[in-house]
Write a protein that binds this ligand. Sequence first.
Ligand SMILES: Nc1nc2c(ncn2[C@@H]2O[C@H](COP(=O)(O)OP(=O)(O)OP(=O)(O)O)[C@@H](O)[C@H]2O)c(=O)[nH]1
Ligand SMILES: [Mg+2]
Length: 620
Amino acid sequence: MSDKHSKKDNVLLIGPPNVGKSVIFSNLTGLNISIANYVGTTVEYTVGELQLDSKTANLIDVPGTYTLEATNDAERVAVDMLRGEAKSQSANHCHNEGGLTDVSVDKKPAAVICVIDAYNLESSIYLLLQVLQYKIPTVAVLNRIDLIEERGEQIDISSLSHFLGVPVVPSVAVEKKGTEEIKKTLLASLQAGVSSVDSKSQEKPSPNDNQKAESWNLKNLPDDPQELWSIAEYINEKAKKKKPESQKSKRQLWGDLLVKPWPGLPLSILILATIFGIVVGVGMGIRQYLLLPLFRDLIIPSVVYVVEGLIPEGLVLNVLIGEYGLLVKGLEWPFTLVLPYVISFYAALSVMEDSGYLPRLGGLLDGILNKFGLPGSSVVPLLLGYGCGIPAIMATRSLNSHKERLTVSTLVCLAIPCVAQSGAFIALLAERSIFVLLAVFLFSLLIIFLAGITLDKVLAGSRPYTIMEIPELLVPRGEVVFKKVWLRIKNYIVDGALPMIGIIGIAALLYESGVMTFLGELLSPLVVTWLQLPAEASTPLVLGVFRRELTVIPLIEMDLTTLQLFTGAVVGLFYVPCVAIIAALAREFNFKTAFFILLLTGFLAFFAGGVIARIGGLFV
Ligand SMILES: Nc1nc2c(ncn2[C@@H]2O[C@H](COP(=O)(O)OP(=O)(O)OP(=O)(O)O)[C@@H](O)[C@H]2O)c(=O)[nH]1
Ligand SMILES: [Mg+2]
């Protein structure tokens, strides 16, 4: 831990889930972090530097919490932060959001920015009152006022501030409204040093307003939740200048329709099928018309030309530009096979995330998911898994029981192909037949169901009944979506493409030195006899340990029958998740769990592959 950052004051950004804390964090620090319209986007804190005139502070984006009673991991982080007892997180993990990683969080924060939700004012006031009990200088930011204006409502900022005894800054984070005001107010609070709870400015409720609130004093807030709630209720009533109009907006009507079984369920099938089509179609288009010509006809030939001129013939040259050359396949695979789908998938996912559709899908599928012991909210981590398993495993933190977390994480590792692997599937299968491609995805769904039911039976522990939070349906903002896709492309290049190039380099070396042939012979009983694939198909099994898509991509270069393609794809689908995921599992759970999942996936891959080869052989 360096002293450089630890000398600076820590400022916490606290608030209920989904209120816009991460957008405010981005506005204040210029850092680009995960933002999504569902509860529990931020599960780990992120630290960024906040410049306030001459003063710099560390701004900490804390996972959202409804109360400070800490009912799940993410909420516990908030409480620990306020107490100055949080543990510093390990700095080097994959899919790092960026931001500072060497900040000590085990000291009392100098100030708190508590974001309150204009749209759900009462419950956010309750949280704010709980925060005020810590007697840390606090600035309240009233966010999402655009949404209450839309429903014809108005909140009186000055009376709100008056009642709360803290400065209140109105804000529309997605439009960057309020950013400068937050900085100014925060600086003033920091300089004042003491808690800005000011009893002089606090207006006492008149005796007949509310019996309980009568005795309330901000310097000495009651601990009893019941009493705090009645204060929150009182302030909420007082601050509302104009009550919401009873008529619902179109946006709200759609929001309601999408979560009802009729027409929600048929619409969800339509929406998901459309998204699948768009992701595959747009991805194929980007590959065919943009990235493939760019790399195959321009970049790779130029690189080969230059390297040939510089390096004499021999092992080194072959490793660089030979058949599996580092600079040939190492550029072609990550950038023409996977990148197109990274772009199309994340564009679709980001729009879904920001619209608030995902929790609606969770609500619709709740009943089905319950059959295998999962809450509807597990839709979010499961869908994130189609991008990458690591954020998916992280997202399971907002689930409520260990059993649920473990089940979802196992399913993600076992049968949900990451975007890189899906790209490989599309390249491998779609050209032969779109039906084989669909068959692989449907087969994976079947296994998810079966594995889910089995895990529900074998894993110990119960599942608490939880009610799913459905946020407002919002029209996604172009800028937010664009930033998100860009962040994920960058993440993919750093955490995905670069390691892939390295591994292709190692593979090239193994090839050229003959080690791969030796490994192939070693694995041949499994590959040739059991899976009925050509001997060279052992290469993807070796490479696949490192990266999931490499269980599939090398198959493209082989001349396989349709049955062999299907077998190879299924083995690749279940085969061990990549090293980065194993590391994430070990970090989030423990080594034993990671090892167990590794064994399970490996075993299932060969078992299913062998069975498919045999049963398929009867028909072909
Ligand atoms: N209409 C509107 N939407 C907003 C505003 N601020 C944020 N949003 C949207 O609200 C959603 C949630 O924003 P986040 O910043 O991820 O919320 P968060 O508070 O960090 O949420 P957690 O990390 O889950 O606690 C996103 O879809 C944002 O685009 C606002 O002022 N107005
Ligand atoms: Mg967040």
